[in-house]
Design a protein around this ligand. Structure first.
Ligand code: HPA
Length: 270
């Protein structure tokens, strides 16, 4: 694993001169931030040794290097989900590589279902905490001591300072941004009404199929994390209806301008 991470890192470093300071993972339908990047270099996932290959059609698998709001960034356009059949090691491999490339902070976006009845479609939710209901953990197996400790604690997994800054930026620009708890589920089916009720009862405000593995690995490596969900469908009893992936993507795209603005300003300030 360490050798694979090093090989991938060296392959990238041979092509990209600038050390990225910020890592970004973009969620389903949320590629708009890329338009804000002054792109210096793009590398397809398929070309990077040991990188998994993205299979979801709504994702393009490539690493984008450039400058965003004056900061050197590396951005994952397309991420790997457990439901696609990847192992947790594969899902989180790019995060380990981005850390080796030199990132000092990680920014993550995702599409999620709203469990909190105060939420509306296309609003944003800043993650203040998570509940992990995925059936596997990226840290299972022999510990990579070079990367971090065996039992990383998850207190303050989501950087409090960045949350405060993001809430200030949102208020300044009249962007509706909640703060809440994200629960990760394996998918790929959406949840039953009983499951949504259960997820709400255990303390979640939004539900999705990503983010938590990447955050666990980032925290093990000591990276401060900021993560944000776009609410793409409503999952409380009064609002439940059939949902298609097209509707999820359309809701994500509607939120994109505000999400992009918030992310750009937060990256500029942090
Ligand atoms: N459940 C799980 N994941 C999701 C949902 C949902 O309702 N919406 C978007 N991602």
């Amino acid at each position: 694993m360490i050798a694979a991470i090093q090989e991938a890192t060296q392959f990238i470093q041979a092509q990209v001169a600038q050390k990225p300071q910020v890592g970004i993972i973009l969620g389903t339908g949320l590629g708009g931030l890329i338009q804000e990047i002054d792109i210096a270099h793009t590398i397809e996932y398929d070309d990077i040794p040991h990188f998994p290959i993205s299979t979801v059609e709504s994702h393009h698998g490539r690493l984008i290097f450039g400058t965003l709001a004056g900061k050197p960034v590396v951005c994952m356009q397309g991420r790997f989900h457990f439901y696609e059949g990847y192992t947790m090691a594969q899902v989180t491999f790019p995060v380990r590589v981005m850390k080796q490339l030199g990132i000092e902070k990680l920014f993550v976006s995702n599409a999620a279902g709203g469990l909190n009845p105060a939420y509306q479609i296309s609003e944003l939710m800043i993650l203040q905490d998570h509940i992990n209901l995925l059936p596997a953990n990226p840290l299972t197996g022999p510990n990579l001591d070079e990367m971090g400790v065996r039992f990383p604690d998850m207190l303050g997994a989501y950087d409090a300072e960045m949350i405060t800054m993001a809430l200030e930026i949102a208020a300044e620009h009249q962007i509706k941004a909640h703060q809440g708890v994200y629960v990760s589920v394996p998918g790929p089916n959406l949840e039953t009404p009983a499951e949504y009720r259960f997820l709400r009862i255990i303390g979640a405000d939004a539900v999705g199929m990503s983010t938590v593995p990447e955050v666990i690995v980032a925290r093990q490596m000591g990276l401060p994390v900021f993560a944000i969900s776009v609410i793409t469908d409503l999952c409380f009893p009064e609002a439940l209806k059939h949902v298609t992936v097209e509707e999820v993507i359309a809701a994500a795209q509607k939120a994109e301008p505000s999400l992009t603005r918030l992310m750009r300003e937060l990256i500029a300030k942090s």
